[in-house]
Design a protein around this ligand. Structure first.
Ligand SMILES: [Zn+2]
Length: 255
C-alpha cells in the first residue's frame, strides 16, 4: 500500500510540474499522455505482481524460518476427480497442505471439503465465483464473494478461515479495501509450478525442486490430472531432502 501511495503522489506531483512548465514555457501535449501511460502501466503491472505488495500486504514465503519446512498450496478445488486422490497421496507421505477453495465448488462438493479438513489440512478462501472478470468487482461485490465463501467453509467444516488467496494472483485497490474489512491474511507464493500451463510432469517437478528452500510457499492446483503425475515424486524429493510439508498456518508460526 505504501508503494501505491508513493506512485500516486509522485504522479500528481509530476502532473502539477507539467502544468507549471506548460503555463510558463508551454510544453507539448504528449508529455501529459506519457505521464498517464506510465501511471497506467505501473498500476497494471502491480496488479499482477503480488510480491510488490503494491495495493495490500501479502505473504509470499516465510523468510525467517531456518527449519526445512515448506507449504504446498492447492488452488481452485474442491475437485470431484482429483482432490480426494491428492489427499490420499499427501496422507501416504504424512504431508500437510493448504487448499485455497472456490466457494462455488465448496457448495457443490461439501463432502470433499470435509475430507480436506478431516485430513488436518488448512482451508483458505479463493473467492466464491473465481470469475474471469472478478478483478473489475466493486468493493461491495468483493465483500460478498469473500463472506459467502467464508460462510460456506464455516457451515461445512465448523472452522473459520483467516487465509485468502486472490484469484489469478491479481490484486486491486477495491480488493484491498474489502480485505481491510474482512481482515484476512493474503497468501501468495514464491514458487510457481506453472502446472496449469506446462503439460510435462517432469518439467513441473524440476521447476519446483530446483527452487525449494526453507519457508517456501509453492503454488499448485488440484483441478487437473497432471497433479497426480508429479505430486508423489515431489513428496518423495522433499522426504529425501528432509523437508517437511506443513500448512500455511504452521509455516507462518515458525520463527
Ligand atoms: Zn485460482
Amino acid at each position: 500500500m505504501k508503494n501505491f501511495r508513493i506512485l500516486t503522489v509522485s504522479t500528481i506531483l509530476l502532473f502539477l510540474l507539467l502544468i507549471i512548465l506548460d503555463t510558463t514555457d508551454g510544453i507539448a501535449l504528449w508529455w501529459y499522455g506519457l505521464l498517464f501511460m506510465f501511471w497506467f502501466l505501473m498500476m497494471a503491472i502491480a496488479s499482477f505482481s503480488m510480491s510488490w505488495k503494491f495495493y495490500l500486504k501479502s505473504i509470499t514465503s516465510n523468510k525467517i524460518v531456518t527449519d526445512k519446512k515448506i507449504a504446498l498450496t492447492f488452488d481452485d478445488g474442491p475437485n470431484s476427480e482429483f482432490t480426494l486422490k491428492v489427499l490420499q497421496i499427501l496422507k501416504d507421505y504424512n504431508a500437510k497442505a493448504t487448499f485455497f477453495c472456490i466457494g462455488q465448488n465448496i457448495e457443490t462438493y461439501p463432502e470433499i471439503l470435509r475430507a480436506i479438513a478431516d485430513g488436518g489440512h488448512d482451508i483458505g478462501n479463493h473467492s466464491f465465483s473465481h470469475d474471469l472478470m472478478i478483478d473489475f468487482n466493486s468493493t461491495e461485490r468483493w465483500l460478498q464473494e469473500i463472506k459467502q465463501t467464508d460462510n460456506s467453509i464455516h457451515k461445512i467444516t465448523g472452522k473459520k478461515t483467516t487465509l485468502f488467496r486472490p484469484p489469478f494472483g491479481v490484486t486491486t485497490p477495491k480488493l484491498a479495501k474489502a480485505l481491510k474489512v474482512t481482515e484476512h491474511k493474503v497468501i501468495g507464493w514464491n514458487i510457481r509450478s506453472f502446472d496449469t500451463v506446462i503439460n510435462n510432469p517432469q518439467k513441473i517437478l524440476k521447476r519446483i525442486t530446483k527452487r525449494v528452500h526453507p519457508g517456501a510457499i509453492i503454488l499448485l492446483h488440484d483441478k487437473q490430472s497432471n497433479v497426480l503425475l508429479f505430486l508423489e515424486h515431489l513428496l518423495q524429493f522433499l522426504q529425501d531432502h528432509d523437508y517437511q510439508a506443513v500448512t500455511i498456518n504452521e509455516l507462518l508460526h515458525e520463527n
